[in-house]
Ligand binder design. Structure first.
Ligand SMILES: NC(=O)C1=CN([C@@H]2O[C@H](COP(=O)(O)OP(=O)(O)OC[C@H]3O[C@@H](n4cnc5c(N)ncnc54)[C@H](O)[C@@H]3O)[C@@H](O)[C@H]2O)C=CC1
Ligand SMILES: CC(C)CC(=O)C(=O)O
Ligand SMILES: [Mg+2]
Length: 353
């Protein structure tokens, strides 16, 4: 089993290092690691944020463990050379269209949420975000209007097969959970969303055991704060899912806690090929200071063990260790605590057995 490790920029290498210490402690003899440059670091070393060798390393693996990309020194570059293009490129080149972002309050952490403890305590939801379409991948540009003003534009679109395949992922996920799926869109305004809604309703006919509801994204943002316990599985497009998942992280307690799996159709010997990353970015404001919370990346590793390597027992072991560390008040600065990146990694390692 081969894992491509793409640590990337900013806090990416710091949080990835802790996840790799956890992986090392699991002592899985069959796992081989391949490291490759991605993002700003790859641009500086190789002239491109997603070098061909990095893409090949990802392709030749069973799974990718990804840190984060984003480097302020690259802000002035043309868009196709910016570090963020690397993660978009990996997602599209590898056909990773389904992004799973679970959000659950850990026992004992209810008080660290931005919400009242009794509201936060009810959070146990999964955001299924479409990852290969929407405005992120539509045609875009900046043009001069007839009156001389500059106009930026990004095309929002979804083809019905793109909606169908993510809807199937979401319905199946709901079947394995509480059987409730909420499709989030903006169908009162957007054609793209109306098509999205129509297709989700068509797919629903194949899942009579799942209760489907629809919600406009502005209301969903509000409901996530008002009563997040009402959600089981949320399925939504790329842009809305990106925003709602950062919001959900604060309902849980911190963006340093939310993991993700990006999956497609390709299978491995023991599961599904996927890319696993924390939902946060490279956090330049705290990079290099040993302050980043590595738990989201460690939990992403657990998802990798589960979905791509078929190692459910090891995945649970890692998740239990993170939960135990949190229950023992091992909290990073993002959660109001004083533990740094390494100390959090140590605490998880101590609780692995
Ligand atoms: N998948 C990826 O690689 C992503 C990359 N980015 C990129 O990252 C760069 C920074 O973006 P931002 O908007 O600042 O988002 P960000 O997620 O990097 O940071 C937002 C805020 O959360 C904090 N934070 C993030 N992760 C944390 C952690 N593990 N522990 C403690 N605090 C944490 C940061 O310090 C910052 O104050 C940009 O270049 C952006 O494009 C942003 C999101 C995802
Ligand atoms: C470069 C961004 C699209 C990455 C991001 O914010 C995300 O996937 O959550
Ligand atoms: Mg995001």
């Amino acid at each position: 089993m081969r894992i491509a490790v793409l640590a990337g920029d900013g806090i990416g290498p710091e949080v990835t290092a802790e996840a790799l210490r956890v992986l090392d402690a699991l002592a899985l003899p069959q796992v081989e690691l391949v490291h490759a440059d991605v993002g700003g670091v790859a641009y500086h070393r190789h002239g491109h944020p997603l070098p061909a060798a990095t893409l090949a390393a990802a392709r030749d693996s069973d799974a990718v463990l990804f840190g984060a990309v984003g480097d302020p020194t690259c802000d002035a570059l043309e868009r196709h050379l910016r570090p963020e293009q690397a993660i978009l490129g990996l997602r599209s080149e590898l056909g990773l269209f389904a992004n799973l972002r679970p959000a659950k309050v850990f026992a004992g952490l209810e008080h660290t949420s931005a919400l009242k403890p009794e509201i936060a305590g009810a959070i146990d939801l999964l955001i299924v975000r479409e990852l290969n379409g929407d405005v992120y991948f539509g045609e875009k540009g900046t043009r001069k209007l007839a009156d001389g003003r500059r106009q930026g534009w990004d095309m929002m679109s979804y083809a019905e097969d793109e909606v169908e395949r993510i809807a199937h992922v979401a319905f199946r996920a709901a079947q394995g959970r509480q059987g409730r799926l909420c499709s989030v869109d903006k169908a009162n305004v957007l054609e793209t969303s109306q098509l999205w809604r129509d297709v989700v309703i068509e797919v629903a006919a194949q899942y009579p055991d799942v209760a489907l509801s629809h919600m406009y994204v502005d209301n969903a943002a509000m409901q996530l704060v008002r009563q997040p316990g009402q959600f089981d599985v949320i399925v939504t497009g790329n842009l809305f899912g990106d925003i709602l998942s950062d919001q959900a992280s604060m309902c849980v307690g911190s963006i340093g806690l939310l993991a993700s799996a990006s999956l497609g159709a390709r299978t491995t010997a023991h599961g599904t090929f996927g890319l696993y990353e924390p939902i946060h970015g490279s956090a330049p404001d705290i990079a290099g200071k040993g302050l980043a919370n590595p738990m989201a990346t460690i939990l992403s590793l657990a998802m990798l063990l589960r979905h791509s390597l078929g190692l459910e027992d090891h995945a649970r072991r890692v998740e239990r260790a993170v939960a135990a560390a949190l229950a023992d008040c091992i909290l990073g600065g993002d959660l109001g605590g004083t533990h740094g990146t390494r100390a959090i990694g140590d605490a998880v390692l101590e609780r692995l057995s």
